[in-house]
Design a protein around this ligand. Structure first.
Ligand code: KE4
Length: 430
């Protein structure tokens, strides 16, 4: 596909930014070729600087559940900006956001706004260590919780895409306090707790593993993780940066009946602006400065622009959820997965897919894909070819098989038909 302007833009960008991007997954490392540069977005569609239109399944990595430039979000931003972008003082908008989040996610009694998912998880782990007085945290191979030192151990997402088992620059002493076990394997976690339980401050998990391509928890698994953590006095932390307000209005924890001690949020909560959050039981959050001794701060945390965009998005979601939005999103994802598996069967290529709420995964793997080992065994080259064929047919999937795909409320019947046609055409020329 001809992309002269993006190619020139990428060369120019690479001269002044690492890899030409401000976040590694954008550089198309896992699929090859030149990343297209966005010109603008509108609803479910993204337009690049060479004039191509794409039906968008990246959606700012899950942030844009209301698609690009939603009129009500844009209006809220305009009104907020006209009054000043940030004050460094408390504002009532932050209280409104905290009240809305705590009403939508009952396990969160008290919440703190930050500026990214990384800040949210980093802070939640610091808080868990302070609350329990224990040094270690448990994460799951293939899960990604942002780039804080202690979490870049067998991470998913960009680290997995770049094939970095754990990133250079993370001190061994830090990595040693992060224990990892396979996802969807309760025995491994139980065995770890037996050996190291009294040192474990917290278990942090993606309730749906979006950062290894959208791997679903097996029945009973998440409850089992929560029970094991509780039994050994460790906090259970649900990282819902991706699943929050995307797999259900109350997040994955509401679908699977979980009661996490702490929850981290991001993406959708900011409505496209930089927002993260962490929150949970009042007695734990009471340790956070200035109420308690656990320090965490942020110049632009809770700023009025981000709160305006986030509040508008969440209020729209609460109304739409009452009209069955999340069920509609899930039916959409299931239909895309069905088209993908049907096309693979037709041409004799092993494929497997998963869908939950407003996210789905597509793997060139006979399936089932249950954990990181399975996900990494999926055929990368086939995915790369499929990705570019889909791009040529006007559909932008996430540029890595190990990344979930995201649906917006603006993805309707026409978008499903376009996607199904593109899948059939892509497989025909694979
Ligand atoms: P950020 O610091 O990127 O806002 O959030 C980190 C994070 C934490 N927890 C989960 C479950 C996440 O999915 C993320 C970020 N997700 C990636 C997408 N796989 C962000 C995309 C990127 O790195 O550019």
């Amino acid at each position: 596909m001809e992309m002269p302007r993006s190619q020139a833009a990428f060369e120019r960008a690479k001269r002044v930014m690492p890899g030409g991007v401000n976040s590694p997954v954008r550089a198309f490392g896992a699929v090859g070729g030149t990343p297209f540069f966005a010109e603008r977005g509108e609803g479910a569609y993204l337009y690049d600087i060479d004039g191509h239109r794409y039906l968008d399944y990246i959606l700012s990595w899950g942030s844009l559940i209301w698609g690009h430039a939603h009129p009500e979000v844009v209006r809220a931003l305009r009104e907020a900006a006209a009054k000043g972008t940030s004050f460094g003082t408390p504002t009532e908008l932050e209280t409104e956001m905290a009240e809305l989040v705590t009403s939508l996610v009952p396990s969160i009694e008290v919440v703190r706004m930050v500026n990214s998912g990384t800040e949210a998880t980093m802070s939640a782990l610091r808080l868990a260590r302070a609350y329990t007085g224990r040094p270690c945290v448990v994460k799951f191979e293939g899960c990604y919780h942002g780039h804080a030192d202690s979490l870049l151990v067998k991470a998913g997402s960009g680290v997995a895409t770049l094939g970095l088992p754990d990133s250079p620059g993370v001190p061994a002493a830090t990595a040693e306090t992060t224990l990892t076990v396979p996802y969807n394997n309760l025995d491994a976690l139980a065995e770890l707790f037996t050996r190291r339980g009294e040192q474990i401050a917290a278990v942090i998990i993606e309730p749906v593993a979006g950062n290894m391509g959208c791997v679903l928890p097996e029945p009973g698994y998440l409850q089992g993780v929560q029970d094991l953590a509780r039994r050994h006095g460790a906090l259970f932390i649900c990282d819902e940066v991706m699943t929050g307000f995307r797999v259900a209005l109350g997040g994955a924890q509401s679908r699977w009946g979980l009661d996490p001690d702490l929850t981290t949020l991001g993406k959708v909560i900011g409505g496209g602006l930089p927002v993260g959050a962490y929150g949970g039981r009042r007695e734990i959050m009471a340790l956070v400065a200035p109420e308690g001794p656990v320090y965490q701060a942020g110049t632009l945390s809770g700023n009025p622009l981000a709160m305006a965009a986030g509040l508008t998005s969440l209020r729209l979601l609460a109304n739409a959820a009452a009209d069955g939005l999340f069920e509609r999103l899930e039916r959409f994802g299931q239909a895309v997965v069905e088209a993908f598996t049907e096309a693979g069967r037709r041409v004799g290529v092993p494929v497997w897919g998963s869908a939950v709420g407003g996210m789905f995964g597509l793997f060139f793997h006979a399936g089932p894909v249950r954990d990181y080992q399975d996900a990494r065994a999926a055929d990368k080259e086939m995915y790369a070819r499929f990705f570019h064929r889909m791009l040529e047919h006007g559909v932008a999937l996430t540029p890595s098989q190990l990344e979930a795909k995201f649906i917006s409320a603006l993805h309707g019947e026409a978008e499903l038909a376009l996607t199904q046609e593109a899948i059939d055409a892509a497989f025909a020329s694979l």
